[in-house]
Write a protein that binds this ligand. Structure first.
Ligand SMILES: Cc1ncc(C[n+]2csc(CCOP(=O)(O)OP(=O)(O)O)c2C)c(N)n1
Ligand code: SF4
Ligand SMILES: [Mg+2]
Length: 337
C-alpha cells in the first residue's frame, strides 16, 4: 500500500512568511481588530484579539468560540473585525479550525480558489478550550497536514456567563460557582490545569506550542507570527487579566499580567519542534537572574482572593515554589524525579 504522505493528501502546505518584529517600532500600524466591540474597559482578551489580528495580517480567517470574545465583539450591526470572522460552538474550536483549513485546501486543490497561504486562527476561552473543547483541540493537533493556530484566551473563568469556575481558574478564586462561605472559605481547591504543556507533551509532532501574556505585546505577536509560519497545527495559551472576573480596577490590567509572570504563577515558554525555551522573565527566573516576587503581591490586588487569610497565601506560595523548584522541568512539566 502506498504511504500516506502530506502531499498525497493534496494539502497546500505553504504558510505565510511572518518574520518577527524586532521591537515596537517595527510593528505595523494597521489594525484588523478595531473599534466596535463592547468588551469591558481594561479587557486583556480584547487586547489579545487586537495583537493576534495585527500579527496575522490581512490574509487571515478568524474563528471564535462562544464566550466574551464572541458576544462582546458581535453586537448587532457593529463589529471590530476587519478580517473575516466566524462564530463556532463553545466546544468546537478545534473542529472549526480543522474544517476551515480542510475546506481551503480542497478549494485550492480543485482550482476554485487561487492558491495562497491563508492564516486559519481559531480562538477559544478557557471554558471552551481548557475544558469543553479539549478533545477537539487534541484532534486538530493531530491533523499535521493542516496549517492552523489555536489561540486560547484564558481569563480564568466562564466570564461571559458571569464568572463560573473553570479548569483554568486559580486555586481558591471566588467565582459564582465557588463563593467563599462561613463553613468553607475555599470552595475551589483544584490547581490550574497545565494546558499548554499537556498539549505539547501529548502531541509531540506539533511544531509549536507556547504561552504568552499581553503585558508583553511584541513577544506575544511574534509568537503568533512564528506559530502561523512554522506549518501544521499549533497552539498558544494566553493569560488575560479580566477586571470583571478578577475584580480590580481596569487600569491595573497590564500590571497584573506582569505580576502573574513575575510571581511565577504564569510561566512563559515556547516549545518549538520539541525544544523547550523559557522566555522573558520566566527565563530569568530559571537562570537565577530574577527572584520570583511573593504570590501575595499578585493575589492581594484582586477581589476574587479577598477572602484569603495567611494560610491560603502560604498554600499558593508553596505550590508555586514546587512548580519552580521541584518539577521535572521548572514551571512546565510536573513530574518528580
Ligand atoms: C454547549 C454550550 N454550553 C453552554 C453555553 C453557554 N455559554 C456561553 S459562553 C459561556 C462561557 C464560556 O467561557 P470561556 O470559554 O472561558 O469564555 P469567556 O466567556 O470567559 O470569554 C457559556 C458557558 C454555550 N453557549 N454552549
Ligand atoms: S468579563 Fe472579562 S473577558 Fe469578558 S469582556 Fe469583560 S474583561 Fe473581557
Ligand atoms: Mg474564560
Amino acid at each position: 500500500m502506498p504511504e500516506t504522505t502530506v502531499e498525497s493528501l493534496g494539502s497546500f502546505l505553504e504558510t505565510q512568511v511572518l518574520d518577527p518584529w524586532k521591537g515596537p517600532k517595527k510593528v505595523i500600524p494597521e489594525e484588523y481588530y478595531t473599534s466596535g466591540h463592547r468588551t469591558c474597559q481594561g479587557c486583556e482578551s480584547a487586547q489579545l484579539m487586537r495583537l493576534m489580528a495585527k500579527a496575522g495580517g490581512p490574509r487571515s480567517i478568524i474563528l471564535g468560540a462562544t464566550g466574551c470574545m464572541y458576544v462582546a465583539n458581535t453586537t448587532y450591526y457593529s463589529t471590530p473585525w476587519v478580517v473575516p470572522w466566524m462564530h463556532t460552538q463553545l466546544g468546537s474550536t478545534g473542529s472549526a479550525a480543522t474544517g476551515t483549513a480542510a475546506a481551503l485546501t480542497a478549494m485550492m486543490r480543485k482550482g476554485k480558489m487561487t492558491k495562497e497561504p491563508i492564516n486559519v486562527i481559531a480562538v477559544c476561552g478557557d471554558g471552551g478550550g481548557v475544558d469543553m473543547g479539549l478533545s477537539a483541540i487534541s484532534a486538530a493537533l493531530q491533523h499535521l497536514h493542516y496549517n492552523l493556530l489555536i489561540l486560547c484566551y484564558d481569563n480564568e473563568s466562564y466570564a461571559n456567563t458571569d464568572i463560573q469556575v473553570s479548569g483554568s481558574s486559580p486555586y481558591g478564586a471566588n467565582t459564582t460557582f465557588t463563593p467563599p462561605g462561613k463553613v468553607h472559605r475555599i470552595m475551589h481547591k483544584r490547581w490550574k490545569k497545565n494546558t499548554a504543556a499537556m498539549l505539547a507533551a501529548g502531541h509531540p509532532d506539533v511544531k509549536y506550542v507556547g504561552t504568552v501574556c499581553t503585558s508583553y505585546p511584541v513577544d506575544a505577536m511574534n509568537m503568533v507570527r512564528k506559530a502561523l509560519s512554522i506549518g501544521g497545527p499549533t497552539f498558544i495559551h494566553s493569560l488575560d487579566p479580566c477586571p470583571k472576573g478578577w475584580d480590580y480596577d481596569p487600569k491595573y490590567s497590564h500590571e497584573l499580567g506582569e505580576l502573574a509572570v513575575e510571581t511565577g504563577m504564569w510561566p512563559l515558554y515556547e516549545i518549538e519542534r520539541g525544544k523547550l525555551k523559557m522566555l522573558g522573565r520566566s527565563q530569568r527566573i530559571v537562570n537565577g537572574q530574577f527572584k520570583r516576587k511573593p504570590v501575595r503581591e499578585y493575589l492581594m490586588r484582586q477581589g476574587r482572593f479577598a477572602h484569603f487569610i495567611d494560610e491560603d497565601y502560604d498554600y499558593v506560595q508553596k505550590k508555586t515554589d514546587e512548580m519552580w523548584e521541584k518539577w521535572l522541568i521548572p514551571g512546565v512539566i510536573p513530574f518528580f524525579e
